[in-house]
Design a binder for this molecule. Structure first.
Ligand code: SF4
Length: 434
């Protein structure tokens, strides 16, 4: 993807998060979820990766590459992710794992807090973008002024501005076009037309290419006053549209799908955008677990096997589908889960907790691709605990241990043809056991 160029008369389309292809199952595969000194060099209060069960996770890059290759060979679209693309002094970029990684709707992109680009070796880091065919760098700008947001640990806008300056200087010197996306998180407090105009003005003054907006999720349950109501979300969609339509500058608008479906019609996005397919055709992977949403990374949908299959958890899927019918679900698990105690309760049996983690992959026998549905990480005796119907050879020794590998199956996969279609994006007639 090249740097967008727009004449004044040409309005670039609004970028949306594109998961509209029903034949694709996308796995956002996290190789390193750590934050702090070895990766993003920051520790934002609301970082979605700052969670006990994933805070120390990093996988050997060769092991990750092997698993990614296997998953791709099975037909999954796999997007490798690390908490900061420049983590470990560029180790992941040097590994080649991001080489021409163009499958993502943003194109082959690097994302960063901006802090790693303030080190002396920033030219070397940007050279690695060239080596990997990366043309986009995404950074979060927590407002336009330092200390504008009161959250702890945030990378301040002045740091991001300096990173922008260095990226632009690099482009000028080398001719390698790098499209810069700045992301702003909107809450009840900063989603007026005036705020959004200010963010666009800021992006124009820095000559970045895209202003991206996402919705505040109160991950730690500490700022309920900032959460958006359905009306706030509808109003914000309208405001984003109106402000963008009224501007003549060249900064393109990108809207995260985490705003969901309340009022999304004003955006004229393709059908389905705003109804995130997380947990259906979009997942986050933190080895060996497959999570329903790559941002929430809380609700477990399945577990990888050594062969690069996924032992899907059918009961978790059913639970998630019921949660998506709840009136407080606005289209995004990442926002609805922290904001709705009822949705949390509905999903509780599928929620990962540190004490439930074992880092072995699931037995290969549990996962014929897309056709088997092992059991829940639910404690015995809970309503969700399904009686195992797998054969004795597949029944693990200690069924009292709540873990995904204790495969149980609510009903045979053959009884669920519509789910097979959803998982694999194929009609049932093309889905065969291997
Ligand atoms: S459900 Fe997850 S992946 Fe989908 S929009 Fe929300 S945060 Fe993003």
């Amino acid at each position: 993807m090249s740097t967008p160029t727009a004449s004044d008369s040409e309005k670039l389309p609004i970028i949306f998060d594109d998961h509209t292809d029903p034949t694709t199952i996308e796995l956002q595969y996290f190789i390193d979820t750590r934050i702090g000194k070895n990766t993003c060099k920051a520790r934002c209060e609301f970082c979605f990766l700052d969670r006990e069960h994933i805070s120390d996770f990093h996988q050997d890059v060769e092991q990750a590459r092997e698993m990614i290759d296997k998953l791709r060979a099975k037909g999954y679209k796999v997007v490798p992710i690390v908490s900061d693309s420049f983590a470990e002094n560029g180790k992941y970029l040097r590994s080649g794992i991001f080489h021409n990684n163009d499958g993502w709707y943003m194109g082959n992109a690097a994302w960063s807090s901006g802090r790693p680009l303030l080190e002396d070796n920033y030219n070397e880091m940007l050279d690695l973008c060239v080596d990997n065919g990366i043309h986009t760098i995404i950074m979060t700008s927590h407002g336009t002024e330092d200390r504008e947001r009161e959250f702890k640990g945030l990378t301040q806008p002045s740091i991001v501005r300096e990173a922008v300056r260095r990226i632009k200087e690099y482009t000028e010197r080398t001719g390698w076009q790098l499209r810069i996306i700045l992301t702003f998180t909107l809450s009840r407090r900063n989603s007026s037309a005036e705020d959004i105009r200010r963010y666009f003005d800021y992006c124009e003054s820095l000559e970045v290419h895209v202003a991206r907006f996402n919705q505040f999720a109160d991950m730690r349950n500490t700022h309920p006053q900032l959460r958006m109501s359905p009306d706030d979300v509808s109003r914000t969609y309208r405001t984003l549209r109106e402000v963008y339509d009224s501007r003549t500058g060249k900064v393109q608008l990108s809207v995260s799908e985490d705003f969901g479906f309340w009022g999304v019609e004003v955006m004229n996005f393709p059908e389905g955008v705003g109804h995130c397919v997380a947990g259906e055709r979009l997942f986050g992977v933190v080895y060996p677990y497959v999570y329903a949403c790559p941002v929430n990374l809380t609700v477990v949908s399945g577990k990888l096997t050594e062969d690069g299959d996924i032992a899907w958890d059918e009961a978790a899927y059913q639970r998630l589908m019921r949660a998506k019918d709840h009136p407080e679900f606005g289209g995004c698990i990442g926002v609805a889960y922290p904001h709705s105690p009822e949705i949390q309760q509905m999903l509780e049996p599928a929620v990962m907790k540190p004490e439930l983690m074992d880092l072995e992959p699931a037995p290969a026998e549990l996962a014929m691709p897309g056709l088997t549905w092992p059991g829940m990480p639910a404690a015995r005796g809970s309503a969700s605990y399904a009686v195992p119907v797998l054969g004795p050879a597949l029944t693990p020794p200690d069924l009292a241990t709540p873990a995904l590998t204790t495969g149980s199956q609510a009903r045979p996969a053959e009884a669920q043809p519509e789910l097979v279609q959803i998982r694999l994006g194929r009609t049932q007639s093309t889905t065969t056991r291997e």
